[in-house]
Design a protein around this ligand. Structure first.
Ligand code: G3P
Ligand code: MG
Length: 574
């Protein structure tokens, strides 16, 4: 795709190596995306899961290979070994049985799904397609990562559900400020900036922050703090009565776009230059003020106006310029939002959790229509494919197998026992995560910088202008979100079909062999699964591969310094 429009002198200026953007001083461009050590299967998650749980030595139970009402009852789960599953599969020209994809989708919102108050028309059909309405009957786990905010995740998901005609839940939504939940245990007194009225205060309190103040509270306490702005009746109603000469603000959390740049900047700068975050005080060293966190750093964003508008990144630049002009120092800020690594890790955790939920939902649905299904471990659907009986798995009661369990000493449990009667199995990482965005500086950089299995797609319905050269090159560019989904579903079906047929035997009756040893669930060493690896290492090895890769949350360096600073500071209660 050629981006051949001549670049304007202004674009050349900011692109020149001399120009050091304040918003680009956090080393993200120096990051190397992690690449997988192990191959991740492109076969669907539900197929993999069923086969992985095909915990019956199928080779020993030939009876399974004919009619569906010949259900087999496995006598005890713990006796079953993971890697000896042999699955009967036929060569295919298309894979279209209902299943859950091993790949996943992640959407930006402004400029991809919405343009200001308007819904982009291709968004609804795109989400329906990922929800299973496609010729391959595949359901693709999907989450949303927006730098936007200023409302509860539940309000955002309800709004999207109505607009898109597909059920979207709060668990699928990450807004710019969502990862700030992890700061709840660090700060008690926080000033939350942005949004309308008390919306952001309510969101921060719903996250668990104890004392949440807003600039409106400060203006009500002393309107002289910012000249030229008289509080409206709504603003007075939203403000709390607080004596800020007695409150020490520990952190400033900019949750959403400011609705009053003049007043918010006046208050933020006064606190940054204060002694211990107390209004009306001034530090002589300018380093005694509260920490400041921004939900994102988007310099511009796409609304329903024809040209992009300044965003929170522009406010950051303005505050940093005032701070530098006032102190001669560079302002240190903590950033969340795309393209930050902290938000990437947060998104991965949310995506893993959501994929597990979609898989459980799917497996539950599978075994309803057979009267004897509750008995059997393995069921045969009308296509002749064997499927694990999920509901039996979930009602498995380990007690009754006490004696047989004892006999096999398993170092690492094959499966984790959640609460007493639930068995939870680890999920492989997504084979590919498609990230669709409209802003190269935040979206494409986010998808390209952290994990090589993420596939960035740039659409032309937002900030990015067709024909210009995006500062960060996407893996694919297309007109809109629907084209992005069609492109990915087709691309993934090709990969899945190739792998499916790669491992089938031509002659039907002998059945196909899959040895999970060489799939990603186990390390790439092709040690014979039957031997010790089976019991000893494989199970152990799989554990670190799967989820932990993205588990711990990146704590911005400044934060740990802050934690050290505030650990033993006595804050006098407001
Ligand atoms: O204020 C949010 C805007 O800057 C971008 O939102 O959804 O494109 O990440 P989004
Ligand atoms: Mg966007």
């Amino acid at each position: 795709m050629s981006h051949s429009k001549p670049t304007s002198p202004a674009v050349q200026a900011v692109a020149s190596p001399q120009f050091q953007s304040y918003l680009n001083n956090d080393g993200i461009d120096e990051l190397t995306p992690i690449s997988r050590k192990h191959r991740v299967s492109n076969l669907s998650l539900s197929d993999l899961n069923q086969w992985q749980n095909g915990l019956t030595k199928l080779s020993s139970s030939t009876s399974l290979s004919n009619s569906s009402n010949n259900l087999k009852k496995a006598d005890s789960l713990v006796k079953l070994s993971r890697n000896s599953s042999i699955i009967r599969r036929k060569k295919k020209t298309v894979i279209d049985h209902p299943r859950v994809a091993s790949y996943a989708f992640c959407f930006d919102i402004d400029g991809v799904i919405l343009r200001g108050p308007e819904t982009i028309p291709e968004a609804a059909p795109a989400l329906r397609m990922l929800n299973g309405e496609n010729k391959y009957n595949i359901t693709v786990p999907t989450i949303f990562v927006t730098n936007g905010g200023g409302k509860p995740e539940s309000a955002r998901s309800d709004d999207l559900s109505k607009r898109l005609g597909v059920k979207i839940t709060p668990e699928q939504i990450i807004q710019g400020h969502t990862p700030m939940k992890d700061l709840v245990g660090v700060y008690k007194n926080v000033l939350v900036v942005g949004g309308v009225g008390n919306v952001c205060r309510n969101v921060a309190e719903s996250y668990g922050f104890e004392h949440v103040y807003t600039p409106l509270d400060i203006l009500k306490w002393n309107p002289a703090v910012t000249p030229y702005h008289d509080l409206s009746p709504e603003e007075i109603a939203a403000a709390k009565d607080v004596d800020f000469s007695k409150v020490s603000i520990e952190a400033i959390l900019v949750f959403a776009d400011s609705r009053n740049w003049a007043a918010d900047q006046q208050i933020i700068l006064e606190l940054l230059l204060s002694k211990n975050g107390v209004m009306g005080t001034e530090s002589t060293t300018y380093d005694e003020g509260p920490a400041i966190y921004f939900a994102h750093s988007d310099f511009i964003w796409a609304t329903n106006y024809k040209l992009s508008r300044y965003g929170m990144g522009a406010l950051q630049v303005s505050i940093a310029a005032l701070y530098r002009e006032h102190t001669g120092h560079e302002l240190k800020v903590n950033r969340f939002g795309k393209p930050q690594k902290g938000t990437f890790k947060f998104a991965n955790k949310v995506l893993t959790h959501w994929r597990q939920g979609v898989l459980d939902q799917h497996l539950k649905k599978l075994s309803i229509n057979d009267p004897n299904s509750h008995e059997a471990d393995i069921l045969i659907n009308e296509d002749g494919d064997e499927i694990i009986n999920q509901s039996k798995l979930e009602t498995y009661d380990s007690e009754s197998d006490e004696d047989s369990a004892a006999e096999i000493e398993i170092k690492e449990p094959l499966a984790r026992v959640g609460n007493e009667d639930k068995i939870k199995l680890e999920l492989p990482p997504a084979s590919t995560v498609y990230f669709v965005g409209d802003t190269p500086e935040s979206d494409i950089r986010f998808a390209n910088s952290h994990d090589a299995s993420w596939h960035s797609i740039l659409v032309k319905t937002g900030v990015y202008k067709a024909g210009t050269v995006p500062k960060y090159a996407p893996k694919h560019t297309c007109e809109n979100v629907l084209e992005a989904v069609e492109y990915a579903i087709e691309r993934e079906h090709q990969k899945e079909l190739a792998e499916w047929n790669e491992t089938v035997d031509d002659d039907d009756d002998k059945g196909s062999r899959i040895n999970f040893a060489d799939l990603m669930m186990t390390p790439s060493d092709t040690a014979k699964p039957e031997k010790v690896v089976q019991k000893e290492t494989i199970v152990r090895k799989t554990r670190p591969l799967v989820v932990t890769e993205h588990e711990e949350l990146e704590v911005p360096t400044l934060l740990s310094q802050e934690i050290a600073k505030v650990k033993d500071v006595k804050v006098d209660k407001p």
